[in-house]
Design a protein around this ligand. Sequence first.
Ligand code: FE
Length: 132
Amino acid sequence: MEDTINKSDDQWKETLSRDQFIVLRQKGTEAPFTGKYYANKGKGIYLCAACGQELFASDAKFDSGTGWPSFFKPISEESVDLKPDNSHFMERTEVLCSRCGSHLGHVFDDGPAPTGQRFCINSISLDFKKED
Ligand code: FE
């Protein structure tokens, strides 16, 4: 596991676009069916758009119909942190990059086998690295 990254908002703004900053650092949500990866069926690895840590593999991706990239598990249990999120009058579980603390999305219990989990992730929080 690589060392964790702690940067100030000003430092993040140097490397992230305005829209990336809003989602990754201010816990925003991209509009559904607008992101670049919800329909991506390529084989490869999804990295954290903020720090490059490997987060999800394409073989755990499924079409949830929600308009956000959806996975039934992270690439490893250590790659993400889960945190209770009671904002917006909902009880949800937030998914964060374990390395840089950036907001990725939320996880729900209505996913497919084998885990029953649905990691609902913003496209803008990810960088897709296509398998060679
Ligand atoms: Fe990260």
